[in-house]
Design a protein around this ligand. Structure first.
Ligand SMILES: [Zn+2]
Length: 333
């Protein structure tokens, strides 16, 4: 949902984003290798190789969603150093640059949502948000705004800064060498199958999954005659949730699933398990009475709804015997 709908509809003279040719060629190369990896996965590779690839994709999704998005970009919970290191390694498995850069542009996306300075502007449709925005350089204005984003919390985080400093060494070790080593060593997979499935196909598939974080909203709830229906009620009819609207109003809720779920996705469950094991704490969320209080406060004080919701946030830890039961968690204090 745009704060100001006029911003979405207004035709503003936009600065052109230049093509990023190295990225364009690299992503094309990955897509071609991914297709051949899919072919090898169906026709030649061991089932264990595909299973291992799926396992690494699952870890990569945790790195982006539980790590870069919910922990570092939105501070929706607190993690111990051991959990941070695990999430940083999972994020490195995705191969999409450092957590620091991911968070900087995600915070810019929230700050400039739906305007021409939003690097992943969803009003431009699926193709733009899914691929096009990633193969173009930011405009000078976007870069300037990104450099003004407050990143002091990440700059004081030794795990994030370690990954930023040694990113390419970690990339070679975690993204390429380790995934290559396991199938070759433990079930004697061929080098060709391992390289195409576990390295390239995995890279291609996880690229699409992480791009969906920005593009899914443009295909959910398409209405006839409306190209970019961000505010449509069809999102609710299909998913039973106003995910997009909710996340941009309450980005600090740790249970907001990136692909449309709330509280029941495996990443939310993973965070609850970590909390039950004392690796995560201060899990932030809001319950129905909090939303009601926030709406009342918004009406009475005329304050911004986002600020009123923030004032009602609950910070909780998970009882050990309830960590997989979201219904128990909604009432946590
Ligand atoms: Zn977000």
């Amino acid at each position: 949902m745009c704060d100001n709908k006029a911003d979405c509809d207004e035709k503003v003279e936009e600065p052109t984003r230049e093509d990023d040719w190295p990225k364009f060629l690299f992503f094309n190369y990955i897509q071609i290798l991914t297709i051949y990896g899919l072919y090898l996965g169906v026709t030649k590779a061991s089932f264990l190789t595909s299973l291992f690839c799926g396992f690494l994709i699952g870890l990569g999704v945790i790195g982006v969603t539980a790590g870069a998005h919910r922990l570092w970009a939105h501070r929706s919970y607190t993690a111990t150093n051991s959990l941070k290191i695990f999430l940083m390694l999972c994020h490195t498995l995705v191969g999409q640059g450092s957590i620091y850069e991911w968070v900087k542009y995600h915070r810019l996306h929230h700050e400039q949502f739906c305007t021409h300075n939003d690097p992943y502007n969803p009003t431009k449709g699926f193709i733009y948000t899914h691929v096009y925005c990633f193969i173009r350089k930011p405009t000078p204005e976007q870069e300037e705004l990104a450099n003004k984003i407050d990143m002091s919390d990440l700059e004081q985080d030794s795990v994030v800064m370690f990954q930023k400093r040694y990113y390419w060494i970690l990339y070679a070790l975690i993204m390429v060498i380790l995934p290559l080593y396991v199938p070759l060593k433990f079930w004697h997979e061929t080098f060709i199958c391992t390289a195409f499935i576990v390295v390239w196909m995995r890279h291609g598939l996880i690229l699409h999954l992480s791009w969906l974080i920005y593009s899914a909203s443009t295909v959910l709830g398409l209405k006839k005659g409306e190209r970019y229906p961000l505010d449509t009620n069809a999102i609710f009819l299909i998913k039973k949730k106003f995910w997009l609207q909710y996340h941009y109003l309450v980005p600090w809720d740790y249970q907001t699933g990136e692909f449309g779920n709330y509280g029941v996705d495996y990443v939310s469950k993973f965070i609850r398990v970590c909390a039950a094991l004392d690796y995560a704490s201060d899990l932030r969320m809001i319950d129905s009475s909090g939303v009601k209080n926030a709406l009342e406060a918004c009406f009475k004080t005329k304050k911004n709804i986002k600020d009123c919701l923030l004032e009602e946030n609950l910070s909780s830890s998970v009882p050990k015997d309830h960590y997989l039961r979201p219904s128990k968690f909604y009432n946590a204090s």
